[in-house]
Design a protein around this ligand. Structure first.
Ligand code: M6R
Length: 612
């Protein structure tokens, strides 16, 4: 989704803006632009060069530095646009200016009522230069400023007319040392450095520049001055940020995905560490209700999207087995629009890497409004979901920049199992000694991940055998089923190859019709309760000529029953998805790279989906 960065104060520079945009590249974009306020007024530059737009902008800044230096930049706004309203053209790229070229805006989100506002504004004589929903914002600010002569107030009033989830940052030649930001549901953070103040869509954009971070409360416009280097407004709430600059850099790896794959053992170890207190109880990160209330819960919903949904699917098996409570799983965008039966005895667990995915965020808002208790599993401290929740468990995976979720996925599964243990011990479904035993099994996962990743070369060798295939099917049963779905999702998002995941038992109910000698079938055949049944499914597809690949353990999945094997360490079956998924990440990565695709930036995808 769109990325925003705004900077003001001594030393404001276009380089800081471009660097911020580079760090927001993971959000996906098809155009990019910036505006700087200089002695001569606003200077705007935009590029609609697809995934090269940010590098085009960087080159423009470098050339300008050489040709025009020294130019004095007082403040600047940068933006990466992921087109929603209007094509990916230079005209539609942000920033947008008003009719008088005195106000500039960058925006992430959708102005749902923009058609009405646009015709009203046109009737009042405003001239539009783009097809975007965004442009109405800057014309509204232009009008409101005329009445109050106060930029913060003008932005707040304009913002109150906009419907939908969004974040905006506005600047004006009328108030040259001021940046004003506002948000509703969509993320926007504030940072303060030594001599500069910043707005950005996400924390990694500001690492190394800002020393303190704040999030903005909803609805209220916040003004930042380059010389006020601390919060001047109650709408800012300080965030604890433990991520460092290095964690948001590639660190010698060819891409973020390779780096994040290698960080998985540490991600799970950090998520699991220190979770049991001296009293033997499981520790969550934030608890904003009396735990007694959680004891009365009689039904759990889990809501999530994409890879996070697959982590929730894994957790359902654990929750039902150990907490003996019914768990319903919902894709967030469906939960919102069906009429789910929730009340004060329902616990709704939202699972999200970013904590900002709009579908999950709104689903949780609605569940809360209906009286449910809300638990959130997410990776970003202080994210919108974390702030809304009654109980939060953080995955301590560090920033994940690659669009494809890897380390946060395994950390989500670990965090969800911890949530299950927390819940089971609260409800007394488990004795403290059982909790201890399961925690011990969980702490065996990071070394198992490290062992599996040490075989990375053997995984990629298998992947290379499959580069000429164009159709992939993933089969799993029990907790292997969500792993199959995740393997198929990873492969399609990175390599664009048609791939589907199925529960092995479903094969005969339709999918087997697609199996022939041009198909690859990857079966999650590690040692779980349904191993033998799954291997019968494998025989069925083998008999129809498919190329068979097993994800299996040493001593299992006899070589004669498969064409190729990914071997991973054997662990406690309910935790095995954290290990079994690793070769599937390798497969997706290698088949993408073999086609010359950038695994960090798959086409049409954004890391954080903040529009519906
Ligand atoms: O930030 P979230 O975990 O809420 O994001 C959910 C999905 O958009 C995300 O998992 C997506 O499916 C990834 N691209 C998967 O690799």
């Amino acid at each position: 989704m769109c990325g925003i960065i705004g900077v003001c104060g001594v030393g404001s520079s276009l380089d800081v803006v471009v660097q911020g945009l580079e760090r927001l590249e993971y959000r996906g974009y098809d155009s990019a632009g910036l505006v700087s306020l200089e002695n001569s007024g606003f200077v705007v530059s935009k590029f609609a060069d697809g995934v090269s737009s940010v590098s085009s902008l960087a080159a423009w800044v470098r050339n300008r530095d050489l040709e025009d230096a020294p130019h004095q930049v007082r403040l600047a706004l940068g933006h990466t646009r992921w087109a929603t309203h209007g094509g990916a053209t230079k005209e539609n790229a942000h920033p947008h200016l008003d009719c008088t070229n005195r106000f500039a805006v960058v925006h992430n989100g959708i102005v749902e009522n923009y058609r009405v506002l646009r015709s009203e504004l046109m009737e009042r004589g405003h001239h539009f230069r783009s097809e975007t929903d965004t442009e109405v914002i800057v014309h509204l600010v232009e009008e409101r400023f005329r009445l109050s002569l106060d930029l913060r107030q003008a932005v707040e009033e304009a913002f109150s007319r906009l419907e939908g989830a969004m974040a905006i940052v506005v600047s004006s030649v009328e108030e040259p040392d001021l940046l004003v930001g506002a948000r509703r549901i969509s993320p926007l953070v504030v940072g303060f450095g030594e001599s500069m103040a910043f707005f950005a869509s996400d924390i990694p954009a500001l690492l190394g520049e800002a020393a303190r971070f704040y999030h903005l409360e909803e609805g209220e416009a916040v003004a930042l001055r380059g010389d006020d280097l601390g919060p001047t407004n109650g709408a800012l709430v300080e965030m604890e940020v433990s991520w460092d600059l290095q964690s948001a850099q590639r660190d010698g790896y060819p891409d973020f995905m390779s780096k994040e794959i290698q960080e998985q053992a540490r991600a799970v170890a950090d998520t699991v560490a220190g979770r049991v207190g001296d009293d033997g109880l499981v520790i969550v990160d934030e608890l904003r209700l009396d735990p007694e209330i959680l004891r009365t819960v009689n039904k759990v919903f889990m809501v999530a999207c994409g890879t996070s949904y697959h982590a929730a699917m894994v957790a359902k098996y654990f929750f039902e087995h150990y907490c003996r409570i019914p768990v319903e799983l919902d894709i967030s965008s469906e939960f919102r629009y069906r009429d789910p039966i929730v009340d004060a005895q329902t616990l709704v667990i939202g699972v999200s890497q970013s904590g900002e995915t709009i579908d999950t965020l709104v689903a949780l808002h609605e569940a809360k409004a209906a009286g449910a208790r809300v638990m959130v599993i997410c990776n970003v401290v202080g994210s919108s979901m974390a702030r809304l929740a009654d109980v939060v468990l953080y995955t301590r995976a560090g920033p994940e920049i690659g669009v494809a979720a890897t380390k946060t996925h395994v950390a989500q599964i670990a965090a969800l199992q911890i949530a299950g243990l927390y819940f089971a011990s609260l409800r007394r479904n488990l004795y403290p000694s059982d909790v201890e035993e399961l925690m011990a099994k969980l702490s065996e996962i990071p070394p198992a991940i490290a062992t599996a990743l040490a075989s990375w070369k053997s995984f990629t060798d298998v992947a290379h055998e499959l580069v000429d295939y164009r159709r992939f099917y993933f089969l799993g049963r029990h907790v292997g089923y969500p792993v199959a779905l995740e393997g198929a999702l990873k492969l399609k998002e990175l390599s664009y190859l048609p791939s589907e995941g199925y529960a092995g038992g479903e094969l005969k109910h339709g999918p087997i019709a697609m199996i022939d000698d041009k198909a690859v079938v990857v079966a999650i055949a590690t040692k779980t309760r349904l191993y033998d049944k799954l291997m019968s499914n494998v025989e069925e597809v083998r008999a129809r000529g498919a190329r068979i690949v097993l994800v299996t353990n040493e001593g299992l999945g006899e070589p004669q029953r498969a064409d190729l094997r990914f071997e991973v360490p054997r662990v406690f079956p309910l935790f095995s998805p954290m290990v079994d998924v690793l070769p599937l990440q390798a497969l997706a990565y290698e088949l993408a790279v073999a086609q010359g695709l950038n695994p960090d930036r798959p086409r049409n995808l954004a890391k954080t989906v903040t529009v519906e």
